[in-house]
Design a binder for this molecule. Structure first.
Ligand SMILES: [Zn+2]
Length: 192
């Protein structure tokens, strides 16, 4: 699985052999489509996508090119999960967040449990890496944040805005955050 930004350029780059295998760095080639996924967006919206499948010309492994608006193994978009995490970082509990977002208590509770301090730290590292590359000024804000999660999301948002400015691309900030965090805004099940 690889996270891509989901624009038409991805297909062009794939056809041109410019997307490289994460395992052996050989060019990937188109290899059909993965199964169709329908995930929940904000409120009652639904997003249906059929990710591209690609195969490595070197090691022959296949990869699914997952658009960055989707989270790895989650039924909700990065925007939805990210909004819940931002509310948690701002001090809301899971009951309030679930009621506000129209999601089951158990779902929201599961999301919030997937950002233990170790994962907040990982998010912070990704945030700093991207912000430093795109616009180091994003890191210089002196405002103190009560939690590492809140601070990390804030830097990620700053990096997303810097990316939009620099690359002149109209991707939604949460999609870019999905790209920066490689679809792992929540920690993968095997890591904790
Ligand atoms: Zn390979």
């Amino acid at each position: 699985m690889m996270i891509v930004d989901g624009r038409g350029q991805t297909e062009t780059a794939l056809l041109a052999g410019e997307i490289l295998c994460p395992d052996c760095s050989s060019p990937l080639r188109p290899h059909g489509q993965a199964r169709t996924r329908t995930v929940r967006g904000p409120g009652d919206t639904r997003l249906t996508m059929r990710p591209r499948r690609a195969r490595c010309t070197g090691c022959r492994r296949t990869q699914i090119l997952l658009p960055a608006a989707l989270s790895v193994r989650r039924a909700d978009t990065v925007e939805v999960i990210g909004t819940a995490l931002a509310a948690k970082a701002a001090g809301s509990g899971y009951r309030t967040i679930a009621a506000h977002m129209g999601r089951p208590l158990s779902t929201v509770r599961r999301w919030l449990r997937r950002v233990p301090e170790t994962h907040a730290h990982w998010l912070y590292e990704q945030a700093v890496q991207h912000a430093f590359r795109l616009n180091p000024d994003t890191l210089a804000r002196p405002k103190p944040w009560p939690s590492l999660l809140g601070w990390s999301l804030n830097i990620l948002a700053g990096a997303a805005l810097a990316y939009r400015h620099r690359v002149d691309v109209d991707l939604p900030p949460w999609t870019l955050i999905g790209l920066f965090t490689q679809g792992n805004l929540l920690s993968p099940p095997l890591r904790t």
